[in-house]
Design a protein around this ligand. Structure first.
Ligand code: CZT
Ligand code: MG
Ligand code: ZN
Length: 345
């Protein structure tokens, strides 16, 4: 029996190693599998692998042990929410890594910009309480008071990330010089704050402008001017925001798991609101919800408008991902009909 147990353990580790290797260049890795096989430490496993694969630790002389301690401390600070948890952080990190490899970004970003974008993705929801900014504001929470109702969650995520650097043995930025540290901090703050859904429309506006300039400018070559730090920062903000809203563009079985999870998180908020005699937020009433219809709305009014312009900026590498969105939407639409019947029935 002991030999059997060891063989099974060995096979699990081999399977885990193969899954982690696939995060290098695959869109739609099953991170729920990585979570199950990694003793619920997907973020530490995937982040360590991707930062090493990109040679970030060597470039900035960061000791592997220091990075391991930091990312483990961050992963431990993600709460076990149904949705906003360490698996979601890993998902956004891996999607951001994947899109940074798009050909349109070749020779555009510096190592420091790549480091800052992936660092921001890994920490972007740390210690998320599983409720929305509006809920924290409505309940006069300490966080809302601390951040004056402005991007309350996002301010908390980035503050906690930088505070974690001062935990014993966790300062992954100790080898950066003053200028690098200042630029890195500016980029991480702006990328994490840009994941606030209230900035969503601004992302679309900036991307439209950038695509328009590409269309007008004769040079058909890469539109992104590597000298324009502001443009590059805006692109990194949109890259992580797109990754944050990438669930409907993942293989259907993964998309459906994320949908179940976000709905359970919203429903728990609705339960809290009911118990506090607060008005139940939209989409948060488990007694009265139409999951497929709300996903159709999410895709048509939030996700597709953003990704449509993002895919125009990043053509042709985004097309396979847009195709998944299209097929998922067709499937959801087919379910709306049956879901209606169920309700009518
Ligand atoms: C896979 O489905 C999803 C994956 C991620 C997300 C991400 N949401 O995070 C945004 C923040 O929580 C703020 N929202 C709170 C909500 C009550 O109002 C929104 C306008 C802003 C939402 C998903 O579906 C949602 C939307 C339609 C059905 C539930
Ligand atoms: Mg967030
Ligand atoms: Zn997020």
């Amino acid at each position: 029996v002991e030999r059997l147990r060891l063989t099974r353990k060995l096979n699990m580790n081999i399977f885990l190693a193969q899954l982690i290797e696939s995060t290098n260049d695959t869109w739609g890795v099953d991170l729920f599998e990585v979570d199950a096989l990694s003793n619920h430490r997907p973020l530490t496993h995937v982040a360590l692998h991707l930062f090493k694969q990109r040679n970030i630790l060597k470039q900035f002389q960061i000791r592997e042990l220091t990075f391991f301690k930091f990312i483990s401390a961050i992963e431990a600070k993600y709460r076990n929410n149904p949705y906003h948890n360490n698996i979601h952080a890993t998902d956004v990190l891996q999607a951001s890594h994947h899109m940074l490899n798009f050909s349109v970004f070749k020779n555009v970003f510096t190592e420091l910009e790549v480091f800052a974008a992936l660092f921001a993705a890994a920490v972007h929801d740390v210690d998320h309480p599983g409720v929305t900014n509006q809920y924290l504001i409505n309940t006069n929470s300490d966080l809302a008071i601390l951040y004056n109702d402005e991007s309350v969650l996002e301010n908390h995520h980035v503050t906690l990330a930088f505070q974690t650097l001062s935990t014993e043995g966790c300062d992954v930025l100790s080898t950066l010089n003053r200028k690098q540290h200042q630029m890195f901090r500016k980029m991480v703050i702006s990328v994490v704050l840009a994941t606030d859904m209230s900035k969503h429309i601004q992302h679309i506006g900036h991307l439209k402008t950038m695509v328009e300039i590409r269309r007008l400018s004769s040079s058909a070559s890469s539109i992104i001017d590597p000298e324009n730090a502001e443009d590059k920062l805006q692109i990194l903000q949109s890259l992580v925001h797109c990754s944050d809203l990438s669930n409907p563009l993942k293989p259907l079985n993964l998309y459906l798991q994320w949908t179940d999870r976000i709905m359970e998180e919203f429903f728990r908020q609705g339960d809290l609101e009911k118990s506090l005699n607060l008005e139940v937020s939209p989409l948060c009433d488990r007694e009265n919800s139409n999951i497929c219809k709300s996903q159709m709305g999410f895709i048509d009014y939030v996700v597709h408008p953003l990704w449509e312009i993002w895919s125009r900026l990043t053509q042709p590498d985004c097309q396979p991902i847009m195709d998944i969105l299209e097929s998922n939407r067709v499937w959801i639409a087919s379910q709306v009909l049956t879901e209606d019947d169920k309700h009518d029935g």
